[in-house]
Design a protein around this ligand. Structure first.
Ligand code: BTN
Length: 247
């Protein structure tokens, strides 16, 4: 993947700028980075706090694949960020919580928000992958509601990397993994995802818009990125939406 970096001091949301640029024909590999976002958003229409000191960026992709496999892009991004951060920070404590949270010792250090646009024939026009990494935030930068569950890489790991250094490391892994995925398919991503995940085997609550819809043990993650959960009554269900809390 050939990367073209577009850097901004401030944007409302790098995802929104990426959508606008993709609609205007920006090529695959365009990476939009903002030093801060004034209207960053997360999953489930949540506000994503994005002050200076964090890495806020979005990658535009145009994969020529069956849209049913597009959910793998989010898993792929999680693997790329986890591998890059592990290498750069020399730590094995970073893990992936389904579907797309990266945790360091159980606390969130990165969130990923992807969007897919199909054309009128149902073919992928573009996918955007928005990635937010807490690189050099201080405790005071986190809003009260996430202060207990989120942390920042430099603070927790006693390092002093810049957002640019983290971006370069992530895009190196992202590019390699994306090219392999296009060439070889899901296996390459899923094998790495399984090694990095902290979800399989855990007892979880599956939530949709903050409502619990199922409780059970995660037994696997399938090729399309859905978790397969088994409850005490022996019912097995798969979920390709929502989020989980680990009990
Ligand atoms: C989540 O965990 O809820 C996903 C958070 C995704 C945040 C990133 S920051 C860069 C990009 N721009 C946004 O507005 N959101 C994503």
């Amino acid at each position: 993947m050939k990367i073209q970096l577009r850097e901004f001091d401030v944007l409302k949301s790098t995802n929104e700028t990426a959508v606008a640029m993709a609609q205007e024909g920006a090529p695959e590999g365009t990476v939009i980075v903002a030093a801060r976002q004034e209207g960053g958003h997360g999953r489930m229409q949540r506000v994503w706090n994005s002050p200076l000191g964090g890495l806020w960026f979005t990658v535009i992709l145009r994969p020529q694949i069956d849209p049913q496999y597009a959910a793998q892009i989010t898993l792929l991004a999680g693997v790329a960020v986890a591998k890059a951060v592990r290498r750069l920070y020399d730590t094995e404590s970073v893990q992936i919580k389904w579907p797309n949270d990266l945790l360091l010792d159980g606390k969130k250090i990165c969130g990923i928000l992807s969007e897919l646009q199909l054309d009128e024939n149902g073919v992928i026009d573009y996918a955007i992958v928005g990635i937010g990494v807490n690189v050099a935030l201080s405790a005071a930068d986190f809003p009260a509601e996430v202060a207990a569950t989120a942390t920042s890489l430099n603070t927790s790991l006693h390092k002093d990397f810049t957002c640019d250094q983290v971006l370069v490391a992530i895009m190196e892994d992202f590019g390699i993994l994306y090219d392999k995925w296009l060439l070889l398919g899901a296996d390459v991503v899923m094998k790495e995802w399984q090694k990095l995940n902290c979800t399989v085997g855990k007892h979880v609550l599956v939530k949709d818009n903050d409502q619990v819809v199922f409780a059970g043990t995660v037994i696997d993650v399938d090729e399309e990125g859905a978790i397969i959960v088994h409850n005490e009554q022996g019912i097995v269900q798969s979920f390709n939406f929502g989020e989980i809390s680990i009990r």
